[in-house]
Design a protein around this ligand. Structure first.
Ligand SMILES: [Zn+2]
Length: 940
């Protein structure tokens, strides 16, 4: 089917309404003029843009329109292997110099320096490079140049990397990877998509000859398949010149092979696929109705914007219906959704796709229901009220982005230009997009959307693919192909009726509360925020900022928390946040509330830690009042929604019943048991705990903890006008109920393991898994110095482990450490956690190196590593300090501990020395003697 033609036809229908003359060719989407795009004679494309958010940093990318689909059979896995080799020796960066060099710029390997390989693209990036030194930026261009055609691909480095990639494969081996590998050839018959998972074949990874890798590299990494992208606080002319200098001389042979899109053949008969796995925890049903994808060259004109819009609202409306259906206790699935997008991995084929998670034993009913609901929208369309909500959601999201247009990040631009190069996704300026869609969307009636539906959703067996992934266990029976076929047929034979949209048309708050007042106000000397005391005793802190023009965040907290409750409430408290989250508010059930919130960018949530209860909320400046209304309702009127709670319990039941099948879940359970000395307060929930999770009790606890506003401090940070926000504070916050009593302090209930505790166990699994976590902890004061030091030590250990465990010994794919101050109990604790999912054959080496890393650091640390960590922290703090959440944290630490973690941060980082960090490890961390080790090894 030709989607394109259809959308043009739909457009013509409304051409009168938007006074656009009927024409077959719609105007092109103008490209943002702020990005300089060019193409060299050899075919290399570049995108260069000056952008100052965040300031003083820049991002560098090289995107290639090749991936694993270009591999020959003998090269399966080598596109991804090649990506690894990009960090293991090139013309200008020998060995691991690249990682070391970028780290010296304050760029962290893994987050800022990274790459990925997929079926049809390979993208490398160096991000957040400080722009202070132009020579450093030029070196980043040299890195891109080396990646494009200067990799050394030395034999000894290849040999070392075989284990790293093999370990990466092992780490990913789980039910999903096994199922998808088995299923792909069946869902892509006659196409290379069925046999080109990027991770490839381990038989190839372990044995390929270096020249086989070189062949792929030379054949496909060519300027005409590559784009260079530079975005940041940079001089565009300079980098355009650099691109010409560095890449202009590369020649492309006229005989070079073309990148040909891999086709997905149509299927005349329906394809039914069933796969099972012993570690699968919940079943999944998938339905695909395939159709041609919009071709890259068809994305140039305005009608493509309409296509994207129409598909977006269709998915929004369909998913809202699915969500509403879960209210019905009889609904056969726990969750379901649908949309029109790529047919899994393929870019040349799209599909209207449905996914459902069935309740136990109701797999075929779920399949019938998915088909039935798709048919219902195809036959009757969506209602005008559903569409009004979806359109409002779309327009408000667009407006939110537009409002924040001056602060679009380098990352966001980088991804846009990548997608423009690889898939020809349009890149209009946000102003153009906003104006165009503001004009178009309101003029697209629901009838136009409804006319698209029967084109996407058909009753035909042609191009239909149905797949189930199921849990394999003794005593279970599985659907046959005939069962799946019958379930589809059953739905097709049914008489169906139109959906009725029940909407509650009333304000969120039925009766406005009596307003309170602002009694007094002072200005904080350290950070300049206003502190208001309200008539009900509540405290409000106001800090207007300019970091994001579309964001206001509110955090309210009071002492108390879960520690005030005893053992009989432990299980209920474990799902407190989720149970409150799915409840309704005021006169609205959870579904009614969702409908009422259409087009509004505001949200609020309750949550509880051991020592505090919180309310977290955020909104755009425009929807500020709605945010305050939600806050008011959470304190005063949570609406019990029994059906949604039952759905939550059913979901937990499904997930927890089979948790013992998953090595990862078993491991994390063992870890929390060991770390907290089997204290039932801290263990992860088990299926036996479900009957004692009591909704009424949860609601009662919420009432108790949120009945006294005078114990709460509400910190509001973001883009707001003080004059405008004050009436809302008086109307909603000052009106909250209050007892006037001081907050009840939480109790120190933490039972973190003391002394040396080891838990080694074995676990049987489909593919052998080994994991280790080491935790060192000690009581400590919360101080800026302690916080900075424990963080720095974590980063240093990560560098050490990466070098010793991953690079030198290939004993693990990923490993690292992170440090922080744990504030969960009464006394703050320094905690250092080292983690390592190991190669089972090398677990002894990995464990030894985990210990040695810490022991050695306690004696001495490489000054060069300390310098790199300091550079990173000094750079990162400037980026973090431009976010609202950072300031919520800073204000919180000041008010809780009386500690200013902002002003002296850089001074504290600059004062770090190898000696001071080693001494910190010896005297503050290891001296406590608290050390927990949890190791899982495969059962022999
Ligand atoms: Zn990898």
């Amino acid at each position: 089917m030709k989607m394109k033609k259809f959308f043009v036809a739909a457009l013509l229908l409304l051409s009168g309404a938007i006074s656009m003359t009927a024409q077959t060719q719609l105007p092109p989407i103008p490209i943002d003029e702020a990005v300089r795009i060019g193409k060299l004679d050899n075919g290399l494309t570049y995108y260069i843009r000056h952008n100052e958010w965040p300031e003083h940093v820049a991002n560098f990318y090289i995107a290639q329109r090749v991936g694993s689909i270009q591999e020959e059979e003998s090269q399966r896995g080598l596109a991804h292997f090649l990506e690894h080799m990009a960090f293991n020796g090139s013309e200008h960066f020998k060995g691991n110099d690249l990682i070391e060099f970028t780290r010296s710029l304050g760029v962290e390997f893994g987050s800022d320096l990274n790459a990925y390989t997929s079926i049809d693209q390979t993208v490398y990036r160096v991000c957040n490079v400080p722009t202070a030194r132009i020579s450093a930026l030029d070196s980043c261009m040299l890195i891109l140049k080396d990646w494009s055609n200067g990799l050394l691909l030395q034999k000894d480095e290849i040999v070392k990397e075989r284990d790293v990639v093999h370990n990466e494969w092992r780490l990913g081996e789980g039910p999903s990877q096994r199922l998808i590998t088995k299923a792909l050839p069946k869902i892509y018959p006659g196409s290379k998509y069925g046999v080109r998972m990027p991770i490839g074949l381990m038989s190839v990874i372990d044995n390929f000859k270096p020249k086989t890798l070189k062949k792929y590299y030379q054949k496909w990494y060519r300027p005409d398949n590559q784009a260079i992208i530079v975005v940041g606080d940079i001089d565009v002319d300079h980098f355009e010149q650099k691109v010409k200098e560095l890449f202009g001389g590369i020649k492309v042979s006229p005989k070079a092979p073309k990148v040909v899109p891999e086709e997905v053949p149509d299927n005349d008969e329906a394809i039914y696929v069933f796969e099972k796995d012993k570690e699968m925890q919940v079943n999944q049903i998938m339905v695909f109705m395939k159709h041609d994808a919009t071709k890259p060259e068809e994305k140039k004109n305005m009608d493509y914007l309409i296509e994207v819009y129409v598909k977006g609202v269709i998915s929004n409306m369909f998913n809202a219906r699915m969500q509403e259906m879960t209210n019905d206790p009889d609904c056969p699935f726990l969750q379901a959704q649908g949309d029109d997008s790529n047919y899994l991995l393929a870019r040349t084929k799209d599909a209207f796709q449905l996914v459902g998670v069935p309740k136990e034993g109701r797999d075929m009913e779920t399949l019938s229901t998915l088909i039935r609901e798709a048919r219902r929208v195809a036959k009757f369309g969506f209602t005008a009220t559903e569409y009004e909500r979806a359109k409002a959601d779309y327009l408000s999201a667009l407006e939110k982005t537009y409002t924040n247009r001056a602060k679009i990040t380098n990352d966001a631009y980088g991804d846009e230009y990548r997608d423009h190069f690889l898939n020809n996704e349009p890149i209009p300026s946000i102003e153009t997009l906003y104006q165009t869609m503001q004009m178009l969307a309101p003029n697209i009636p629901v009838e136009v959307v409804n006319q698209v539906l029967p084109e996407l959703i058909t009753d035909s067996d042609k191009n239909l693919v149905v797949m189930e992934w199921a849990r394999e266990a003794d005593g279970l029976s599985y659907p046959t192909e005939a069962d799946m076929k019958a379930a589809v047929q059953k739905a097709r034979n049914e008489q169906i009726e139109a959906y009725v949209d029940n909407v509650k048309d009333e304000p969120l708050i039925a009766e406005m509360p009596a307003k309170g007042t602002i009694e007094s106000e002072t200005t904080d000397k350290t950070f300049g925020y206003k502190e208001l005391k309200l008539s009900n005793g509540a405290t409000v802190l106001l800090m207007p900022t300019d970091y994001k023009d579309d964001e206001v965040v509110l955090q309210g907290w009071a002492d108390g928390g879960k520690s005030l409750y005893g053992e009989k409430d432990f299980n209920s408290l474990k799902i407190f946040d989720e149970a409150i989250g799915m409840s309704g508010l005021g006169n609205f059930s959870s579904t009614e509330l969702q409908k009422a919130m259409a087009g509004k960018n505001a949200n609020a949530d309750l949550s509880m830690t051991e020592l505090r209860q919180y309310i977290n909320a955020h909104s755009t400046p425009k929807d500020l009042e709605t945010m305050f209304q939600l806050v008011y309702l959470y304190f005063t009127n949570i609406n019990k929604d029994e059906k949604q709670f039952q759905n939550l319990i059913n979901t937990l039941d499904m997930a927890l019943k089979n948790v013992s099948l998953s090595p990862d879940a078993v491991y994390s359970d063992s870890l929390s048991q060991t770390l907290y000395c089997h204290n039932p307060r801290f263990t992860t929930p088990h299926v036996e705990d479900l009957p004692s999770m009591n909704y009424d009790r949860i609601l009662q606890i919420a009432k108790e903890r949120y009945r006294n506003a005078s114990a709460f401090t509400f910190t509001i940070v973001g883009k707001f006008d003080e004059k405008e926000i004050r009436p809302f504070i008086e109307q909603y916050i000052a009106a909250l109920p209050s007892t006037g009593e001081p907050a009840e302090k939480g109790r120190d209930v933490q039972t973190l393991a003391k002394g040396k505790v080891k838990n080694h166990f074995t676990m049987k699994s489909e593919s052998p898994k080994a994991t280790a976590i080491e935790i060192w902890s000690a009581d400590a004061k919360y101080t800026l110095e302690n916080a900075v030091k424990i963080d720095a030590v974590g980063q240093i250990l990560s560098m050490v482990y990466l070098k010793t465990i991953r690079e030198d010994e290939s004993a693990a794919y990923s490993c690292g450490a992170s440090g922080g101050i744990n504030l969960r109990g009464g006394t703050p604790k320094l905690m250092m956690q080292a983690y390592c999912p190991m190669n089972p054959d090398k677990s002894e080496i990995a464990l030894r190196l985990l210990h040695e890393g810490m022991e050695n650091a306690a004696k001495q640390i490489d000054p060069d590593q300390v310098q790199k960590v300091k550079d990173y922290m000094l750079k990162q703090i400037d980026i973090d300090a431009k976010t609202n959440s950072y300031w919520v944290g800073v204000i919180d630490k000041m008010r809780t501990f009386g500690i200013d973690i902002h002003h002296d941060y850089k001074k504290t980082v600059e004062a770090l020395t190898p000696e001071s960090l080693s001494r910190f490890i010896r005297e503050k961390l290891l001296s406590s003697g608290n050390w927990v080790e949890v190791v899982m090894l495969p059962e022999k």
